[in-house]
Design a protein around this ligand. Structure first.
Ligand code: NAX
Length: 330
């Protein structure tokens, strides 16, 4: 049987953690033959709640769960980690400005990026879920690059929830099952500016754009529905999306680690000289191919005028976020 791998999860006592940990431990992320050791990070005041979650993990008697560590010290949480899911983040409090939010999270993710680079496995794969996830991933990566050791391409932000939301909206519109769709893309920032793009998508071999054939629906219904879905869930549930966010994190890591026969949307550092003109290192939603434990941005897709405008808008937002944290990364 395989040796266990170490999976660090931050924000372990939170609501996404409560969905995520059980699915990692049951083998849904890394395979039903892959034992895991969970290394749980949360704030000191959340340690009692983490112990409660651990009691429940024990009570599931998961055959693949080879150990659990709980800590409030990032150096302990990330020690020898093969995978890091950075879920914990500073939420926006009442009266908090956007710039304050970026700075508060900048402080968290510089510390965590450094701790990962100093302690984790050199081949560690890192996924940032905590918002603003693209910029938090950018910050963690910048801090990690200063240390060296780990692969700078392996600091990702999570766009997969947007990708999955787009698939389900297309399924509802066309009456075709979600499983029939391939080659969905979501470009840019995990925010309402993201651009969900089905121009290249197929459903059982049919071109989805031709199938939908409704530019007004695309612009006035589809994009706003996908872009504002998080807010709609908060409005309905009184809490932000958690199970679906955990599901997307499982999907992202699963496909990255084990491969996929479909395109996968990932927030990844823009490759140098990419064909879309995204500045190198900006953590941006791209279509990716995953094979043999690594990923590659799919380059050279045609970008029409409408798409160019949408991509520019979400890039402008990310560049604004990057400028707001630039001083912290010096
Ligand atoms: P919760 O508030 O339920 O849980 C957050 C947990 O993180 C808490 O236990 C808290 O103590 C912990 N935490 C805070 N700072 C920490 C730190 N420095 N180190 C370790 N732990 C820390 O939030 P939850 O609903 O679980 O959401 C977590 C994050 O995911 C939020 O930032 C949220 O905005 C983000 N989301 C991202 C999504 C995406 O698609 N990328 C979608 C869902 C979600 O909105």
């Amino acid at each position: 049987s395989k040796a266990p791998v170490r999976v660090a999860v931050t924000g372990a006592a939170g609501q996404i953690g409560y969905s995520l940990l059980f699915r990692i431990a049951s083998g849904e992320m890394l395979g039903k033959d892959q034992p895991v050791i969970l290394q749980l990070l949360d704030l000191p005041q959340a340690q009692k709640a983490v112990q409660g979650v651990i009691m429940e993990l024990e009570d599931c008697a998961f055959p693949l769960l080879a150990g659990v560590v709980a800590t409030d010290d990032p150096n302990v949480a990330f020690k020898d980690a093969d995978y890091c899911l950075l879920v914990g983040a500073r939420p926006r409090g009442p009266g908090m400005e956007r710039a304050d939010l970026l700075t508060a999270n900048g402080a968290i993710f510089t510390v965590q990026g450094k701790a990962i680079a100093e302690n984790a496995n050199e081949n560690v794969k890192v996924l940032v879920v905590g918002n603003p996830c693209n910029t938090n991933a950018y910050i963690a990566r910048a801090a990690a690059i200063k240390v060296g050791r780990t692969n700078p391409n392996n600091y990702h932000g999570m766009l997969r929830l947007d990708h999955n939301r787009a698939l389900s909206q297309l399924s509802a519109k066309t009456g075709r099952p979600v499983s029939s769709f391939k080659q969905m893309v979501v470009w840019g920032n995990h925010s309402p500016t993201m651009y969900a793009d089905y121009r290249f998508a197929t459903s059982n071999g049919d071109n989805v754009k031709a199938l939908v054939n409704d530019a007004v629906w695309n612009n006035d219904v589809f994009l706003p529905t996908v872009g504002k879905r998080g807010a709609a869930i908060i409005d309905a549930r009184g809490l932000s999306s958690a199970a679906s966010a955990a599901n997307a994190a499982i999907d992202h890591m699963h496909d990255w680690a084990l491969g996929s026969d479909d395109w996968v949307t990932m927030g990844v550092p823009a490759p140098a000289g990419n064909s879309y003109g995204i500045p190198e290192g900006v953590v941006f939603g791209f279509p990716c191919e995953c094979k043999g434990g690594s990923f590659k941005v799919i380059e050279g897709l045609e970008i029409d005028a409408y798409s160019k405008e949408k991509i520019q808008k979400t890039l402008d937002e990310l560049e604004g976020e990057r400028a707001a944290v630039a001083d912290m990364l010096k």
